[in-house]
Ligand binder design. Sequence first.
Ligand code: FAD
Length: 351
Amino acid sequence: MLNECKLNPQSEIMERVRIIVVGAGVVGLSTAVCIAESIPHCSVTVLAEKCSPDTTSDVAAGMLHAPLFPDIPVDRQKRWFKNTFDHLLAISESSEAADAGVFLVFGWEIFREVPREKRPFWSQDVLGFRFMTDAELKKFPQHKFGHAFTTIKCECLTYLPWLEKRFRKAGGQIQLGRVTDFGQLCQGYDIIVNCSGLGSTALAGDRQLHPVRGQILKVYAPWLKHFIRDGDGLTYIYPGAKSVTLGGTRQAGDWRLMADGEERVEIFERCCRLEPSLQKSLQLGDAVGLRPGRRNLRLEREMYQFRNRQVPIVHNYGHGGGGISLSWGTALETLQLVQQCVSDRPLPSRL
Ligand code: FAD
């Protein structure tokens, strides 16, 4: 049964808009929360084949550090990152921080050669961004240049259940199920929001979308407090609340979800070269996730022809290696498109 939304006097005379969000990863749940908390006269359902702890988002290390999409204006990407950072920063500063799994972490991003863009587009949004000093760089003799900054770690194994709770509190409901065709949803819903990540290869027939496989290793090393990330994005050490995430791999077109033993050894050795104290860490286990790779993230509205009517679909997927970092910002922009769909709807007949 659908939970009832609170209606205000004006909206009582309006028909309730039925909105369905496909996907319960960090993108789907963030989007569903934004909609459920902002559009009063609606019912919002999340429908997903898998929920936490079984989504790609649950595998992510959850560091806020975004890739640059080549054909999307940088200002738009900056807005996505900043809105996400500010939203999570507010949580990290509140009494909810531990329950949400969101906290600040300081560390270094190091480069073997000085990069062409010395300041990434998000450098003004993280805290205290600066170039590394010579004294700091001495720790990494193979590297010539680096960034030092404080960013956010958002641990989805904790954050997604927290978002689910917030969504239910706003009147939303969550159902498990696989969608094979958008037509399935057109009878029961007025607006479809597609946050199915890599699932959009089949669901939206998107041939630009592809998996970028990532394998990680979790270790117990509570003495590590600083993150270290090689600028090539392949090797990283991210201390978390209960374990340290060691990464990783980035294999485009690879659909394997099983962890590979040889890759585990290689990841561990690479990380030990950057941080020799890891030799004494305890290995806890590995995980694999398939990033929804796409040249450019897809955030747009399209009209889907279903029998004799048109149903709006708002797509929000293809976040690649930056889904946590852009989750709230892209959810807010999706909300704007959903609000436009709501106001564009024809008025209900009074007969
Ligand atoms: P998902 O989490 O995959 O969720 C998709 C949802 O859609 C799921 O609920 C799924 O069941 C559902 N779904 C799919 N198809 C259907 C269907 N047909 N019917 C019904 N439901 C469907 N990002 C960062 O920002 N920072 C990091 O530090 C970071 N580290 C990473 C490390 C690794 C090893 C990996 C693999 C990824 C990392 N990422 C990181 C990237 C991040 O994980 C992704 O960008 C993000 O999880 C994408 O979120 P999503 O909600 O779009 O997809």
